[in-house]
Design a binder for this molecule. Structure first.
Ligand SMILES: C[S@@+](CC[C@H](N)C(=O)[O-])C[C@H]1O[C@@H](n2cnc3c(N)ncnc32)[C@H](O)[C@@H]1O
Length: 254
């Protein structure tokens, strides 16, 4: 009896790990989030219980407690429970909290890493997060809290790391991100890319600068890339998107 915290990757079913596919195919229960593609859910056996726990805007504040209760309940009753999360479970996925809750309840937990959007979204747009001569590191942060109000992150320090900045959950905070990083000393002309729905047929890439970021229409789920690499386009991302769509037209990828 194990609950497997499984990363579903950024969207395209082709980007699941082999272990994720194996576990899905033998799952008794799949507890999944809002961003997980239907074609990934179709990998579960027809008899598996499918539990949608996707938190929607305005969801009750105890939503995570309820998810934990469901995981503990199913973990006690079934052999193979898959807790499926977008990207990687341990990157802004609350996988750590869920693992601790399960262990406290005496239930075995395993983790299957997934490809995080923090790397896959830039990559899908032809942006390497590190690149010789441009960036020798990358920093991944959330803008879930208002950068002007929140003291968890030191935005002045982020403005001066010299690394690529990859910002998740920043769709509604573009003005504050721009303002905070420029106030911290980052050049207004710093390249910015916004990658929406990476690796899906809805993938959309916008390029701008830090000063221009607030003018973009940024829709969830989007990953914001700030730094010299954001001006790079080393792949033909349109071609990747078309190839993915053609594959999916042939049916679920198994
Ligand atoms: C709650 S976080 C979860 C991150 C996830 N655990 C991961 O490793 O990718 C959700 C955020 O991830 C980013 N994201 C997830 N999927 C994405 C995608 N397909 N394209 C672009 N950004 C994505 C967006 O910033 C979104 O607001």
């Amino acid at each position: 009896m194990t609950v497997h915290l499984v990363g579903a990757g950024p969207g395209d079913p082709d980007l699941l790990t082999v272990r994720a596919v194996r576990l899905l195919e033998q799952a008794d229960v799949v507890v999944f989030d809002r961003l997980v593609d239907d074609r990934i859910l179709e990998l579960a056996p027809p008899w598996a219980e499918m539990v949608d726990v996707g938190k929607r805007p305005g969801a009750p504040t105890d939503a995570q407690d309820r998810i934990n209760d469901i995981l503990v309940d199913r973990g006690r009753r079934f052999d193979c429970v898959v807790r499926l999360k977008g990207g990687d479970p341990f990157v802004f996925g609350r996988g750590g909290e869920e693992a601790l809750e399960l262990r406290a309840a005496g239930i075995a937990v395993a983790e299957v890493p997934g490809i995080t959007s923090a790397i896959a979204a830039p990559a899908a747009a032809g942006i390497p997060v590190t690149m010789r001569g441009i960036s020798s590191g990358f920093t991944v942060v959330t803008a879930h809290q208002d950068p002007n109000a929140d003291l968890w992150l030191n935005w002045d320090a982020l403005a001066t790391t010299g690394t690529t900045l990859v910002i998740l959950m920043g769709a509604s905070r573009t003005a504050q991100i721009s303002e905070r990083l420029i106030a911290g000393g980052m050049a207004p002309s710093t390249p910015v890319a916004v990658v929406r729905a990476a690796t899906t047929t809805k993938q959309h890439v916008q390029r701008s600068t830090l000063a221009g970021l607030p003018e973009l229409t940024v829709i969830n789920p989007s990953t914001i890339v700030v730094g010299g690499v954001a001006a790079q386009s080393v792949l033909d991302h349109e071609l990747i998107a078309i190839t993915g769509a053609d594959l999916h037209r042939e049916g679920p990828v198994r």
